[in-house]
Design a protein around this ligand. Structure first.
Ligand SMILES: [Zn+2]
Length: 576
């Protein structure tokens, strides 16, 4: 016996079988019963929610000879023809491949002929928004005065592209996306009918991946059924659909919590060896983080999240060493990673390094807590430690009197975009200006300028000469950054404008390359020291912090003293 796909075999045959669109079925049934039927309908909604299926059901309901006005019999000639797609009275046109005015004229020619077997001639036009303007206009004339025996059913995923003139002549029905429970329920029904043993968890995987589309849910179900046969477990379904198991994420968050880089890399390796691609891996981790946060703040219960009670309590007790703030920061890093991954030629490395940074993350929080402890030495219990903290605080304390905190501690900072510089300052301000470009999101422009320097000419000259300089081992600079600048002359124009804005004066901008001077070579060698070593040299306070808290410096940023020590209750410290 030939295998019939479940999606086709269990396609709803009457309005009572339609899942999730009961509001539409009810309205149509009332119209049929009351004999108040429109001649043109528009079914709109996302893909796979039952628009064409409903159109076919409506066609069958209207033409069935079975005698029940609401439930097509499935046995009469009309029902069978429509089922088999051979009906002379029901025409289905895919507007996506028949966009032109000639295609529509072909259709309209048939409008004048009465139905062969049934009561109505039904024209189902799928993806109607794809029709050309000419085609819409041709259609409009027929819609204005449709023959008694004609019914038009338009279906579209993009109702905003359907002209107003058409919209005003149709009865519109908005199809809803299906909930997970609705999809799961339908799959459970099919399993019962087909004698398939599927666990609840397995069906949940289909329902979740279907993302509101019954058709997609059934397609995944078919795909899995072809491999598993009558016994479907969550594990087998996941491995067929390439969905990462939740245990993988529990192990990842555990590694992040414990700064366990080895664990992080092992997890990525395991995902790769299971054949899980990075897109579903990161999507899955995103959902995992959301569930973790939801359960933690009791925003939803297990039912709301469509997970078992067992999994719910596992979420509740997971990663307690990470604060809610940490989870939000990890989520933000994940979202950034997902955006960047599309442009990456080495996705694995990107994923690994991002996860590794997540594993370092809450040491940043430790440093904040350490700063808080300095502000409030009472929080340090041990007397000796208290003394040490006081010493560190003395080292870091502002020398000038602390300004009274203003309402907004950052009110004294000029906004970056409006910050101007003098001719003397511009070269030293360059790294800060470059850093502000990174926020624009233009990665190539930002990257091309990274590492370059601004060298200024005679301060008194007009226009003010500035050269964007790329310094390397030799005069002949082969860096990627410099190459990008050669390929994008518009970058120079843009940069010139930015610098003129900053300086409020005309400049003449040139691009130069040169080799390091002896002095610069020494600086380059020093740069090879870790940022930690360099910061340690500069800041005795940080060295002390490191001793007291066994902290590791991952990232440092210079704060204005009045802001850092204004005594404000930093929310992020109390976000547990
Ligand atoms: Zn029938």
């Amino acid at each position: 016996m030939a295998y019939v796909a479940m999606a086709r075999k269990w396609r709803p045959k009457s309005f009572s079988d339609m899942v999730g669109q009961e509001h539409i079925a009810k309205t149509l049934q009332n119209a049929i019963e009351g004999d108040r039927l429109h001649h043109a309908f528009l079914f709109t909604g996302t893909r796979g929610v039952g628009k064409t299926t409903s159109a076919r059901i409506l066609a069958r309901t209207l033409n069935c000879k079975g005698g029940d006005p609401l439930h097509p019999c499935g046995q009469c000639e009309c029902c069978k023809d429509i089922d088999g797609g051979n009906s002379m009275d029901v025409l289905e046109i895919d507007a996506a491949s028949n966009t032109g005015v000639e295609n529509i004229r072909d259709v309209l020619e048939r409008v004048q002929y009465p139905p062969v077997l049934g009561k109505y001639k039904v024209f189902i036009i799928d993806e109607v928004h794809m029709l050309s303007t000419g085609a819409f206009n041709a259609l409009l004339k027929t819609l204005e005065e449709p023959p008694e025996h004609v019914i038009f059913i338009f279906a579209t995923t993009e109702v905003n592209k359907v002209p107003q003139t058409i919209l005003s002549r149709v009865q519109r029905f908005d199809f809803k996306r299906l909930t997970m429970a609705q999809i799961r329920g339908r799959l459970r029904f099919i399993c019962e009918q087909e004698g398939i043993n599927a666990t609840d968890e397995a069906l949940d995987i289909f329902a979740e991946k279907a993302d509101g589309s019954m058709r997609d849910g059934l397609t995944y179900f078919d795909q899995a059924y072809a491999f598993t046969g009558s016994d479907m477990t969550a594990d087998s379904v996941r491995s067929i659909l390439g969905i990462p198991p939740v245990e993988l994420f529990f192990s990842l968050i555990n590694s992040i919590e414990n700064h366990d880089l080895k664990g992080v890399f092992k997890m990525v390796d395991e995902a790769c060896s299971r054949g899980i691609e990075f897109t579903p891996l990161l999507d899955g981790f995103g959902k995992f983080l959301r569930n973790l946060l939801y359960t933690r703040i009791n925003a939803f219960n297990a039912d709301d999240l469509s997970i078992t009670e067992e999994l719910y309590s596992k979420f509740k007790s997971a990663a307690l060493g990470l604060s809610n703030g940490d989870l939000l920061r990890i989520s933000k890093m994940l979202i950034d990673l997902q955006a960047q991954l599309r442009y990456s030629t080495n996705p694995r490395l990107m994923v690994e390094t991002c996860f590794a940074r997540m594993a370092w993350l809450d040491r940043l929080t430790d440093l904040r807590k350490a700063l808080a402890a300095i502000n409030d030495p009472k929080s340090a219990a041990d007397e000796a430690l208290k003394k040490k903290v006081a010493e560190v605080a003395a080292n870091l304390a502002p020398q000038e009197p602390v300004e009274a905190p203003t309402e907004d501690p950052f009110a004294n900072y000029p906004a970056a975009s409006t910050e101007g510089y003098s001719r003397y300052e511009i070269a030293s301000a360059w790294p800060a200006i470059c850093a502000s470009f990174a926020d624009d999101g233009d990665l190539v422009f930002t990257a091309a300028l990274a590492g370059s320097r601004l060298e200024t000419g005679d301060i008194h000259e007009n226009p003010f000469p500035i050269s964007l300089t790329y310094v390397g081992e030799t005069d002949n600079n082969t860096s990627w950054n410099y190459q990008q600048l050669q390929e994008h002359p518009e970058f120079i124009v843009r940069l010139q404008k930015i610098l003129e804005d900053k300086l409020q004066t005309k400049i003449s901008l040139s691009v130069k390359t040169r080799a390091y001077t002896e002095e610069e070579r020494k600086i380059e060698a020093a740069k090879k020291m870790s940022p930690f070593d360099l910061d340690m040299e500069k800041e005795p306070g940080i060295a002390n912090l490191q001793k007291i808290f066994a902290a590791e410096l991952v990232y440092s940023v210079q704060l204005k003293k009045s802001a850092a020590f204004a005594g404000d209750d930093n929310d992020e410290i109390n976000d547990n």
